[in-house]
Design a protein around this ligand. Structure first.
Ligand SMILES: C[S@@+](CC[C@H](N)C(=O)[O-])C[C@H]1O[C@@H](n2cnc3c(N)ncnc32)[C@H](O)[C@@H]1O
Length: 305
């Protein structure tokens, strides 16, 4: 079945959809779908409907990095709502007849709003379907899972969270290095790079670079491919040395994985000379030196062993 883009699905855009969405919430108000209560990570409804939503992490890309529980939910799904980072190898695991809804967001192009995604999940569950909301990596890491959980919870839909391997874990594993190490990093921090730019004009401003510029920590920046210059200069201003290690890993865990390693001072020029594709992760810290020794030379573009 071809992918169904809800932005092309008239039921998402028209009064018909609005009516159905409102009716779901009316049902909730009338008690057919009652607001659930948390129990063991699952939000239960009152048992009236059979529809349920599993928020599932698809891992960093390779299909065999799915968890067994994620695979079981996919194999039993009536409908799957998935993101841009979920690749064809994983979609190939869906059962025949399973409805597919693509709601991917590329940078600067949020064609399907978060409210529409929440509404779609509630609608599908209201149709008594077993729904999988499939997100790249782990759904709870920069995945806007909280907003979807809130919409489902408000509508009394039974939900379940199935964690996935986040891109940071997948990427460093593919490069043969750890995120923490007794001799290198006693802490690890996952950071959205969305704020790492002076020109964003966001009220919450740039990160506190001096607080991030620690030598006993591994920093992993998500969504930062277009912010590498700001990140390198910010960390140097914050106190990290010019020769502090940094590695960019694009398409981690996939056959088309590419990496670029270097120092904070040289990385912006290196990236300009060897542009990397998205999605890309930025790892900063001396653990990067372990990748050099474990996985061989990473000083230029390369594929995993
Ligand atoms: C919206 S965040 C979602 C993160 C996801 N929930 C996770 O746990 O990995 C998207 C960012 O994750 C990173 N990412 C996801 N998959 C990746 C991959 N296979 N290789 C490199 N980076 C990846 C990139 O930084 C990308 O911009």
């Amino acid at each position: 079945m071809p992918a169904c883009n809800p932005s092309r699905d008239p039921t998402l855009k028209t009064a018909g959809w609005v009516a159905r969405f409102c009716s779901t919430f009316r049902q909730a108000a009338q008690g057919r779908l009652t607001p659930g209560s948390h129990s063991g990570g699952v939000v239960a409804n009152n048992g009236a409907g059979r529809g349920r939503v599993a928020l599932v992490g698809a891992g960093p890309g390779a299909a065999d990095l799915l968890t067994m529980r994620a695979l079981r939910r996919l194999e039993a799904a009536d409908a799957v709502v998935y993101d841009r980072l979920v690749g064809p190898d994983i979609l190939a695991l869906l059962p025949r007849g399973c409805e597919r809804y693509y709601v991917g967001k590329a940078r600067g192009n949020h064609s399907v709003s978060q409210a529409e995604i929440g509404g779609l999940l509630v609608r599908l569950a209201g149709e008594d379907k077993r729904v999988v909301r499939l997100k790249g990596g782990d759904p709870g890491i920069f995945g806007r899972m909280g907003e979807e959980l809130a919409a489902l919870h408000d509508a009394g839909v039974e939900t379940e969270i199935i964690p996935g391997i986040t891109a940071a874990s997948g990427a460093v594993a593919a490069m043969g290095m750890p995120l923490t190490d007794r001799a290198h990093a006693q802490q690890v921090r996952f950071i959205t790079a969305q704020r790492c730019c002076k020109s964003t004009g966001r009220a919450d401003g740039e990160p506190e670079w001096a607080a991030l510029a620690r030598r006993d920590e591994t920093l992993v920046f998500y969504m930062g491919l277009n912010r590498v210059g700001d990140i390198c200069s910010g960390l140097r201003r914050g106190g990290l040395p010019d020769d502090w290690p940094i590695m960019l890993i694009a398409n981690a865990s996939l056959p088309q994985q590419q990496t670029l390693a270097g120092t904070l001072a040289e990385m912006p020029a290196k990236l300009a000379a060897h542009p990397l594709p998205s999605p890309c992760l930025i790892v900063v810290g001396s653990v990067v030196e372990m990748a050099r020794s474990t996985a061989g030379s990473c000083s230029s573009l390369e594929r995993p062993v």
